[in-house]
Ligand binder design. Structure first.
Ligand SMILES: [Zn+2]
Length: 300
């Protein structure tokens, strides 16, 4: 839509879109159908008008700030405080806010940040990925599964596994997930990593000796292969699920006795040792998972 009359618009509305489900412009940004309409009741947020469907909405619609009486400054500080590692109750005491409110803001912020991460982190091309899991006392709050009071109590501490995936070259953290140490969780985690990576990107994977990684990697980085006929006659052999030819995967198996590291062994699972060393050699590295372990210590 091009502006044909009136004075030039001062407010850029190109990053917003019309939320009306019946509007043809719904979900489309930058088509010139939105007009800024001032601040209703002298509030901090602008009202926007869609000239296609004549609906009004606030510019905060769909964000954590929508419909909140608390100031933006307070909400941002509370979330920053939680991000720094202060507990829910402690944060509530510092800012003199109800702990249930703090929990509500945390849950809303988490949803926004997840969407933001998906928007910004995709089609990543890396040569290596280090995977690791660490045991930590963490939150286990999912909407609806626990009451708010229970959630606040449990957020203080509950044992969980933190799964981390990282590119050691750029130190980019590709995925962080929380869950059990099971095959199902390994599949979820590898799925998350595969979604962040570009579809044709099959990097070198380095993990510890946890055996479920093999199944999960083979699931996501495999293909059906039709074996050749052994005889000229008879039915074709059944297709087999095989790792992609470019898939490289090595494990670091650590032996610990009386809390002391006594031995580290390398195990090449997919690919050849030469191919793996060719990826690592430009950096003067050997097979190791030291970088992601360092990150995990930071998370802890
Ligand atoms: Zn509209």
């Amino acid at each position: 839509m091009l502006l044909t009359r009136g004075r030039r618009r001062q407010v850029d509305t190109a990053t917003h879109f019309c939320p009306n489900p019946d509007c043809a412009y719904r979900g489309w940004a930058g088509w010139g159908n939105l007009r800024a309409n001032g601040h209703p009741n002298g509030g901090p947020w602008r009202q926007l008008l869609c000239v296609a469907c004549r609906r009004y909405f606030l510019e905060t619609l769909g964000t954590i700030l929508h419909g909140k009486h608390a100031s933006v400054d307070l909400i941002v500080r509370v979330i920053a405080c939680l991000a720094e590692g202060l507990g829910i109750r402690a944060t509530a005491r510092v800012f003199e806010v109800d702990p249930n409110t703090v929990l509500q803001w945390l849950v809303e912020a988490a949803e926004q940040l997840q969407a933001f991460a998906r928007h910004g982190l995709h089609d990543v091309r890396v040569k290596q990925v280090q995977l690791d899991e660490l045991f930590a006392l963490l939150s286990a709050v999912k909407a609806g599964t626990v009451s708010a009071a229970e959630a606040i109590a449990r957020l203080e501490r509950s044992p969980q596994w933190v799964w981390g995936a990282m590119d050691p070259e750029s130190k980019l953290l590709l995925a962080v997930d929380v869950g059990d140490r099971t095959l199902a969780m390994t599949q979820c985690f590898i799925h998350h990593v595969a979604q962040v990576l570009a579809p044709d990107c099959a990097p070198l994977f380095l993990t510890d000796g946890f055996r479920e990684y093999l199944t999960a990697l083979l699931t996501h980085y495999g293909q059906w292969v039709q074996p050749a006929r052994r005889q000229a006659q008879g039915p074709l052999p059944k297709p087999r699920w095989m790792p992609l030819p470019q898939l490289l995967y090595a494990q670091m198996v650590k032996t610990v006795r009386r809390r002391r590291l006594v031995r580290v062994r390398h195990r090449v699972v997919f690919g050849t040792l030469e191919a793996i060393n060719a990826v690592l050699a430009p950096h003067g590295w050997h097979i190791n998972t030291a970088f992601v372990e360092r990150i995990n210590l930071s998370i802890r």
